[in-house]
Design a protein around this ligand. Structure first.
Ligand SMILES: NC(=O)c1ccc[n+]([C@@H]2O[C@H](COP(=O)([O-])OP(=O)(O)OC[C@H]3O[C@@H](n4cnc5c(N)ncnc54)[C@H](OP(=O)(O)O)[C@@H]3O)[C@@H](O)[C@H]2O)c1
Length: 316
C-alpha cells in the first residue's frame, strides 16, 4: 500500500476528508465521466480502468487499459487503491458482452481483484427495479451483482438510480434528437408506468459523498428526482423545453416487439453496438421505476431539481 497523503479539506460541503486512491470502472461512460470529475474535484486520486484510454495523456486521472473481465489488468488497476467505484454496466447485449457476463461475472472479477489487493471500500452502481426474480435480465443480473457485493466482506454502498439524464445521456437526448426531424414521437411501454428521472450531477455527487460518509456503509440508496412522470409526461416536458410541437402516438405492443427484435438482429451484428430498443427494455418500460430519494438526501446531503429545470440546463 502506498503511504496515505495527509488529511486535507476537500471543499465538498466544507467537509474534512482523507485523500484516497480510488479505482473507477466505467469511467469513460456517460455516468462515469460525471462521477470521475466529481471524485477528482473532491481531491481524490483517480485511477480509471477503461477498455479504450483517451488519446490525450496527462490530466488528473491515471487511465489503465483493460476490461473488467480480464483478471490481470484488474489486479494491476486495484493495487494501491483504498476504494473502488464500480460503474460498468450495459443496457443491451453485444457479442460476449452479455448481461450475465458484464453485470454478474464482471462484478465478481472486480471484487476478487479488490479483495486480493486489500481494497476496503466499494461503491456500487446498480439500478432501480433491481430485485430477485425481476422480469428483465438487466435487473436480474444487477441483483446477482448486488448479492455478490453484499457477501464480499468489503465496506459497501449500493446506489440504485432511476433513469439518469444530462448532457450526453441516451434517453432525454434520444427523444430530443428524434423530435428535431420526426413529426411524431412513439410512446413505448405501459402508458401509466412512471419513472423518476435523476440528474447525472446528483448521481455523481452521491458517489463522491459516499466515499467520505461512514454512515453510507452497508446501505442501499435509491437515487431519484422529485417528479414521478409517465413517458408521455417526459416527452411533453422535452417538447415544452425545446419549444417544439409533435404528435405523441402509443406504439402498439406487437409493433414494438417486432421493432425491438429487428433492431436486436441488426445493431450488434452489423454496427457492433447495442440496439437502441430491445425486448428487455420493453419489459422494463412496462414497470414503474420509482424510489424514495429521502435516505440519500438525509445521509449524503444531496438534493435534486425538478425534471423540467434539470433538462433546461442542457436543452434550453
Ligand atoms: N444511464 C442510466 O439511465 C442508468 C440508470 C440506472 C443505472 N445505470 C447504470 O449506470 C452505469 C453506467 O451507465 P451509463 O449510462 O454511463 O452507460 P455507458 O455510457 O454505456 O457507460 C458504460 C461504461 O462501462 C464500460 N464498459 C462496458 N463493458 C466493459 C468491460 N467489459 N470492461 C470495462 N469497461 C466496460 C464502457 O466502456 P467502453 O467505452 O469501453 O464501452 C463505459 O465506460 C451502468 O452500470 C448502468 O447500468 C444507468
Amino acid at each position: 500500500m502506498p503511504a496515505r497523503p495527509p488529511e486535507w479539506t476537500s471543499g465538498v460541503k466544507g467537509s474534512r476528508v482523507s485523500v484516497m486512491n480510488v479505482l473507477i470502472t466505467g469511467a469513460s461512460g456517460f455516468v462515469g465521466r460525471a462521477v470521475t470529475s466529481e471524485v477528482v474535484r473532491a481531491g481524490h486520486s483517480v485511477r480509471a480502468l477503461v477498455r479504450r484510454p483517451p488519446h490525450e495523456a496527462g490530466g488528473p486521472v491515471a487511465w489503465v487499459p483493460g476490461s473488467i473481465l480480464a483478471p490481470e489488468a484488474l489486479r494491476e488497476a486495484a493495487r494501491g487503491c483504498e476504494a473502488v467505484i464500480h460503474l460498468v454496466g450495459i443496457i443491451g447485449e453485444v457479442g460476449d458482452q452479455t448481461f450475465e457476463r458484464v453485470h454478474h461475472e464482471g462484478t465478481l472479477r472486480v471484487l476478487e481483484a479488490c479483495q486480493s489487493a486489500g481494497v476496503g471500500r466499494w461503491i456500487h452502481m446498480s439500478a432501480l427495479g433491481t430485485r430477485p426474480g425481476a422480469v428483465s435480465r438487466y435487473h436480474r443480473t444487477k441483483w446477482a451483482a448486488e448479492e455478490a457485493v453484499r457477501g464480499s466482506g468489503l465496506r459497501w454502498t449500493i446506489f440504485r438510480p432511476s433513469v439518469i439524464y444530462g448532457p450526453g445521456d441516451g434517453f432525454v437526448n434520444l427523444f430530443e434528437r428524434m423530435s428535431r426531424w420526426s413529426p411524431v414521437l412513439p410512446l413505448i411501454g405501459r402508458r401509466t408506468a412512471r419513472l423518476q428521472p435523476v440528474p447525472v450531477e446528483l448521481v455523481a455527487r452521491a458517489f463522491a459523498c459516499a466515499l467520505d460518509t461512514g454512515m453510507a456503509i452497508g446501505k442501499t440508496y435509491d437515487l431519484c428526482g422529485p417528479d414521478r412522470l409517465t413517458l408521455a409526461e417526459i416527452l411533453a416536458t422535452i417538447l415544452r423545453v425545446t419549444g417544439r410541437r409533435r404528435l405523441r402516438i402509443p406504439l402498439p405492443r406487437a409493433v414494438a416487439q417486432v421493432q425491438a427484435r429487428l433492431l436486436e438482429a441488426i445493431y450488434p451484428s452489423l454496427l457492433g453496438r447495442a440496439a437502441p430498443l430491445s425486448r428487455d427494455q420493453l419489459l422494463m418500460l412496462d414497470e414503474d421505476n420509482l424510489g424514495d430519494p429521502a435516505p440519500a438526501q438525509r445521509d449524503l446531503g444531496i438534493d435534486s431539481v425538478p425534471f423540467e429545470a434539470g433538462i433546461r440546463r442542457f436543452l434550453g
